[in-house]
Design a protein around this ligand. Structure first.
Ligand SMILES: [Fe+2]
Ligand SMILES: [Fe+2]
Length: 470
């Protein structure tokens, strides 16, 4: 085997240098990962120097270093948050017992499936976004795209580490499969459908990082509660990076709103046709994108009633995000009032945990909406952006295929079909957004449909050359 110095080549805090078996497994997987990155990662920018942050420790106030790096040379590392001494299981029927340092045999396939499903989303998003670099609205945004991409790559490493370190041969096979499935592939698609949707314009990218990465945040938060301690520690550290991905989404949409309001002021109109003619995104169009990506991301939490979520919780495999904020951690007696098309039903709380998680996710989604709406209000406009009803355009669960409007009103199938493109982007809307996607790569310059950010990255100015294209 090649004499790779792992502590140098792969930053880590799992003592890789002293684990020969794990090293060998990763040595075998690493070239496959790089091949995947070259073939399925960002198209065309592999020789450009990008100003990236790299995780180099789990130190709360100095976990990352910044510097110009070519993406294939990025140091994808393996980091687990520091162990909590004598950590106990925090929920479910085994609450209070010691957390698991190894995988219990009876939960092996469940844990493997959870890790594979999480792991699958990480490279999927890189694949979905691989062409966006060609139409970046600025070098600042191009850098943020690549930052998100390399970190999703690192999240893949994080899951592959768990598969290699704790699941033996089937773990190694799953690690290979994570590179063999591809987003949107007819024969071998990614596991979850949202991760097979193309992200072919930057408005979609900002919505994706706002809604879909936030689903990631909630999945990671619930896995961070897991009794399987290595999974918990891995996810806790991934959340540190995830915050930036949602920052990219929230500020990206915020900058679109800001720019649109400027154009509305210049033109003295809120007529969508005139705003589009001026090369900006009218707010009703933005609302359609929010409806599309929010409803698509809501499906990721699974069916409202789920026996899997019940047993995962009862067994300690997967908790609720921020489990400690709840009072009842066992839930054997609790009930949940679930809205269904047939009326409100009482279901055991244990079976309704996907819905509980979806509700806390939506609360988190509201934060950005409030911010954007404040800016719209200050500019003197009556329109307010809103999240769609959780019953709108659902592909799974109690509301699957129900003709419900984004406002939550059940309408006839005929009306729903006729009005659908008032609510989600039509082909013409998408074509218009695509027509805005022109590459801007002069340092400090922005495309006409988006305002500049308030500040640059890591205290650098906005007009810093964040990507040296070559
Ligand atoms: Fe991720
Ligand atoms: Fe992410």
């Amino acid at each position: 085997m090649s004499g790779i110095n792992y502590s140098e080549k792969i930053p880590n805090n799992v003592d890789l240098a002293n684990d020969r078996t794990l090293q060998r497994a990763l040595e075998h997987w690493q070239p496959h990962f790089l091949q995947w990155w070259q073939g399925m990662g960002p198209s065309d920018f592999q020789n450009s120097e990008v100003y990236l942050r790299t995780a180099t420790s789990v130190d709360a106030d100095g976990w990352a270093t910044y510097g110009a790096v070519k993406m294939p040379d990025y140091r994808w590392g393996i980091f687990l948050a520091d162990p909590v001494a004598e950590r106990k299981i925090g929920f479910g029927d085994n609450m209070g017992q010691p957390a698991w340092q190894q995988v219990p045999g009876e939960f092996r396939s469940t844990l493997r499936r959870l890790i594979v499903t999480q792991g699958d989303t990480e490279p999927a998003s890189v694949e979905q976004q691989r062409l966006l670099g060609h139409t970046c609205p600025s070098l600042y945004d191009l850098r943020n795209l690549f930052q998100v991409n390399v970190e999703e790559g690192r999240h893949l490493w994080a899951m592959v580490y768990l598969l290699h370190a704790y699941f033996g041969r089937d773990g190694r096979e799953e690690a290979e499969e994570l590179l063999a499935r591809h987003s949107g592939d007819a024969d071998k698609p990614r596991i979850l459908s949202t991760f097979n949707e193309p992200v072919s314009d930057w408005l979609s990218f900002f919505c994706f990082t706002y809604f879909t990465d936030r689903d990631g945040k909630y999945q990671l938060k619930s896995l961070a509660e897991s009794a399987f301690d290595p999974l918990s520690r891995t996810c806790r550290f991934m959340l540190t990076e995830e915050a930036h991905h949602m920052f990219v989404g929230e500020t990206g949409i915020g900058r679109v709103v800001k720019r649109t309001l400027e154009v509305m002021k210049e033109l003295g109109t809120d007529d969508p046709a005139k705003i589009r003619a001026a090369g900006a995104v009218d707010l009703p169009l933005l609302q359609k994108y929010l409806n599309f990506w929010c409803s698509s991301s809501l499906d990721l939490f699974g069916s409202e009633v789920s026996s899997n979520s019940a047993s995962n919780f009862a067994n300690g495999v997967k908790g609720r995000p921020d489990e400690s904020q709840y009072e009842d951690h066992v839930l054997r007696a609790a009930q949940f009032k679930l809205e269904t098309p047939k009326g409100v039903e009482d279901v055991p709380m244990l079976n309704a945990l996907n819905e509980v998680m979806r509700e806390s996710y939506l609360k988190d989604c509201e934060i950005g909406l409030k911010r954007w709406n404040r800016v719209i209000e200050r500019a003197g406009h009556a329109l307010r952006l809103a999240l769609p009803s959780t019953h709108f355009r659902r592909s799974i669960g109690a509301w699957v295929d129900q003709p419900v409007t984004p406002q939550g009103k059940l309408v006839s199938r005929e009306e729903y079909d006729r009005r659908l493109h008032e609510w989600i982007p039509s082909e013409a809307d998408r074509a218009f957004v695509r027509s805005l996607m022109k590459r801007v790569v002069e340092p400090g310059k922005m495309a006409g449909w988006i305002a500049p950010p308030e500040r640059g990255i890591n205290n650098l100015p906005v007009d810093y050359e964040y990507v040296k294209i070559s």
